[in-house]
Design a protein around this ligand. Sequence first.
Ligand code: NAG
Ligand code: NAG
Length: 656
Amino acid sequence: MTASHRQQSNRERILFCYVLGLLWNTGTGKIHYSVPEEMEKGSLVGDIAKDIGLKPRELSERGARIVSGGKKQHFALNVRSGSLVTVDRIDREELCPGSLKCLLNVEILLEDKVKIYGLEVEVTDINDNAPRFQENEVDIEISEQATLGTKCRLPNAWDLDMGMNGLQSYQLSPNPHFSLLMQSKADGAKYPELVLERALDREEEPVHHLILTASDGGDPVRSGTVRVRVIVLDANDNAPVFTQSVYSVSIPENVPVGTWLLTVNATDPDEGINGEVTYFWNIHNKAKQMFELDSHSGRISTVGNLNHEESGFYEMEVQAKDNAGLFARANVLVTVVDVNDNAPEVTIASLITSVPEGSPSGTVIALLNVHDQDSGENGLVTCSIPSNRPFKLEKNYGNYYSLVTNTALDREQVSEYNITVTATDFGAPPLSTDTLITLHVADVNDNPPAFSQTSYSAYIRENNPRGASIYSVTASDPDSEKNAQITYTIANDIFQEDPLSSYVSINSETGVLYALRSFDYEKFRDLQLRVTATDSGEPPLNNSVFLTLFILDQNDNSPEILYPTFPTDGSRGVELAPRSAEPGYLVTKVVAVDGDSGQNAWLFYRLLKATEPGLFSVACITVRSGLLGHSSTKTPSSRILWWQSQTKASHPSPPL
Ligand SMILES: *[C@@H]1O[C@H](CO)[C@@H](O)[C@H](O)[C@H]1NC(C)=O
Ligand SMILES: *[C@@H]1O[C@H](CO)[C@@H](O)[C@H](O)[C@H]1NC(C)=O
């Protein structure tokens, strides 16, 4: 395009870097101008004066004006310069929407000659409009399982400008999943489509943000954009996934039923109902009786009483399923921790209920087995017995303990032992079990009978009846039964040429001694016996003791006058005394003896008969014979004195 006429307004802004107008005579005889849209107000459109053959000044002189006919005029006459100028900005797209050519007709009237000139002003397009989309943002939904090549409509853009200034092309922001395809309608109109190039995964990227740009061909290029949100629709294409492949928990065995253990959790990345997960056991019956799984929450809790001793560990499989039957597995490990709930158990593997006394130290009494159902420290057991007993516990093989004697036992001291064996575990608090072992100490004949005295003395009056019980000896034997059964015997010595057994006998069971004779003190005064006590043990043990039997005197002998001797010829005995005998003259001695002893042998003398009483007297003296053991039987004891007494004994006796 070239300007046929160019004129610069001297008073106005410089606007005309553009080609302003084009004048040519069309076949219609109209003057033709061309002006770009959007020019400043007052812009020159054409030099009217010149084109109708007038001087500029003549325009006003001849009353030139634009005939409006009531319509809005976009042009005005500048009568001073004789040119046609714009009266405001002209927007081609507003004036001639959708038209390829925008022609405005202007009629100019010269009033003086009433002449009309027709003008045609073509408003040419400039690229003043960018392509535009109806919305700023559009959403497109595609299933994540859509096949490659799937197409979706994209929004169209419009550009009010024409030709190259109009919409020329679309571009899509770079994206690995989608490409842009231009399609044409039957009428040749083009529209953009989105093509799926790479598979979608909602779980990976649920929304793709794209920008569609529409560009025109102007210079400079104008463009418009729309944000395209591609929303990936869910398909149940994901299996649930457990948050852990193994869930472990340790729990004391004594937790109450209903205790929560853990919660398994499987998540399904799918949406809504596709992502709903239910849980199932895949376990054997025994564990099912112990644990409950909530199919919705995944909570696992106990429904039975756990027992570490029965089962200390459970390994269970839990499954999570979604609505499409897709599932996942996880393992649940439950460790049942021991609690010290079992006391030790003591089993007597072997027991001697009776042990002979005197058995050597170390004799095994019992073999005990200790066991505790608990584990670890709770199952470790020690055994003990009271320390003041003559026994000890020795650790034997494994969990066995031997109860052995610590010293030789003496039945005579303690015949029965109650031994309490205490088994204690190491739990906190510890539990213990007492086991009572009763041990009898069997008798051994280790004690001889014992007499209570080292020797015995017994006294018996002479002239005792035969068979009289004299005395009783008793020996004791601390042993028991036969070992304590005592038999008494007397050693059968010879006494005064007779065996002792003819004097005395003993009841072998009671130890009572009997006189077999009547004893005569005057024959013997004592008798020594050896009494033996013998038990019935095997072999028997015995002990002897001496018993002295003293015969006690009885007054069983009359005194016997030894002098003067009683005449045997029937005559009387005669004693002579001189006439001149002084008082106190010893007439004769009377000597008498008594077989008895002691007081029984004390003699008293007295004149029985005298012709002349008063002439003679008996010096009544006694001679105490010696005590037992002193022979006095043959010793003269007294004298008859004439008024006077004297003793033969060395020590004087008091006169009577
Ligand atoms: C399950 O795990 C997911 C992911 O770790 C978490 O967001 C959700 O809260 C968990 N559910 C439960 C019930 O703990
Ligand atoms: C031992 O225990 C038994 C039974 O408890 C009891 O009868 C007996 O008298 C006890 N013996 C001793 C020596 O304590």
